[in-house]
Design a protein around this ligand. Structure first.
Ligand code: FEO
Length: 406
């Protein structure tokens, strides 16, 4: 890792220019203060908006840009190695503003630059960033762009996680630039081996962003499986100089491989639902099932999403409030619905004061999913000893189903 101006280097090379291969530079920006992504996903340590500069003998390309508000930082970082006005190409792997938000700024600075993106990306570049067709070059799977001694190759990877997404590959340096794919919201390391628990963060990112598109992820992994890769340089988080470290778990996650594990997500008002949840948690644990348990009143959605990536079962617990599920229980159910985790089985536990409704609403919400509801128990008021016994029996049935399933 080499910095161009040591005075600008942060401790680990983030937010400054770093040469990651000969004439290939990381020019990403760091947003340590951001606390939410998509107004939903918690970012405890912020995130990075990675961008890369590839300088051939004749042409220079910028791969992805940055989030709105960081345009000047990106410009200043690039200026340490070249004049941004001299850019020949801006590659848009993905149109979402955290990577493409500075495209208008860069295209204004570099008056002769061409935006390179997929056909759908070109339409989005017009809609979002007002880049006209005569400044855009559309590329398809396998197209290349010669920079002189270095040639970028484009790999369409749609729905990861927008319809226009593509990867860019640089064969001369064996680097893949996959934008969001393989990303993580990590700001405390530049290379993968500098972050001990990186794969935990990457799993959370996969759960939040890519889990609903597992079949498209499988197709993309198939497309890149024969590429020679010395580095994978995503647009959030550290660069992998040990690509296998992320390729192996991505293969498992994309294939929907689950463990003998249940994620329990619940909310309780007067501890009745909580007692029910704890009863099934004890049974599952004593039957050898790994469990993770989240009270929605305090849980991070990111943690829940991470555990849904490899859980074979989900337990949803929510009391009835005003004829339906408690709003936080419904939020958990909706999260399961939209993230489409690979879980095969679910159990619903609920208590009510004077009229039920939560179980029906949760069942209806999960209806279109492929998750089999193994059982649902609702009790009036606090669970009796008999109720607890019934929940334990249901727990044993669930544990058996989890173990039988491969
Ligand atoms: Fe990191 Fe889909 O943007």
């Amino acid at each position: 890792m080499r910095s161009i101006k040591n005075g600008r280097m942060t401790e680990l090379g983030l937010g400054s220019i770093v040469e990651i291969s000969r004439n290939v530079y990381s020019v990403g920006t760091v947003d340590k203060d951001r606390r939410l992504f998509d107004s939903l996903v918690p970012l405890p340590e912020g995130t990075t908006y990675n961008a890369y500069l590839v300088m051939g003998k004749q042409k220079t390309a910028l791969i992805d840009t940055t989030n709105p508000g960081f345009e000047k930082s990106l410009e200043d970082i690039i200026r340490e190695v070249t004049n941004p006005a001299d850019l020949d190409y801006v590659i848009m792997n993905h149109a979402e503003p955290d990577h493409a938000g500075a495209i208008p700024h860069m295209m204004t600075l570099a008056k002769n630059a061409t935006l390179v993106t997929t056909k759908i990306g070109a339409k989005m570049a017009d809609t979002y960033y007002k880049i006209p067709a005569d400044r855009t070059r559309t590329v398809a799977d396998g197209d290349t762009l010669d920079l002189g001694g270095k040639a970028l190759r484009f790999i369409e990877a749609p729905m990861l996680h927008w319809p226009e997404t593509m990867f860019t590959y640089l064969p001369e340096d064996r680097i893949l630039f996959p934008c969001d794919f393989f990303g993580s919201h990590v700001t405390n390391g530049f290379y993968d081996d500098e972050v001990k628990d990186l794969i935990v963060h990457a799993q959370e990112y996969f759960g939040e962003i890519l889990m609903p598109f597992r079949s498209m992820a499988q197709k993309a992994l198939e497309k890149i499986k024969d590429l020679q890769m010395e580095k994978i340089a995503p647009s959030h988080g550290p660069i992998y100089r040990n690509p296998e470290r992320i390729l192996e778990p991505y293969s498992r996650w994309a294939n929907g491989e689950t463990k003998q594990k249940a994620t329990i997500v619940y909310v309780s008002m007067w501890k009745s639902t909580e007692k029910m949840v704890h009863a099934i948690a004890e049974t599952l644990t004593s039957d050898g099932i790994e469990i993770t348990e989240y009270n929605m009143a305090s849980a991070s959605l990111g943690d829940v999403a991470r555990d849904l990536v490899d859980s074979r079962a989900i337990v949803l617990g929510a009391p009835t409030v005003l004829g339906g599920a408690h709003p936080l229980g419904l939020q958990a159910t909706n999260l399961v619905k939209v993230l489409r985790p690979p879980a095969r089985f679910a159990v619903i536990l609920s208590s009510y004061g004077w009229g039920g409704g939560a179980v029906r609403q949760i069942q209806e919400t999960l209806g279109p999913s492929k998750i089999e509801i193994v059982g649902a128990i609702q009790v009036n008021g606090p669970p009796s000893d008999n109720d607890i016994e019934g929940i334990k029996q249901l727990g044993k049935t669930l544990a058996k189903r989890i173990k039988e399933e491969k």
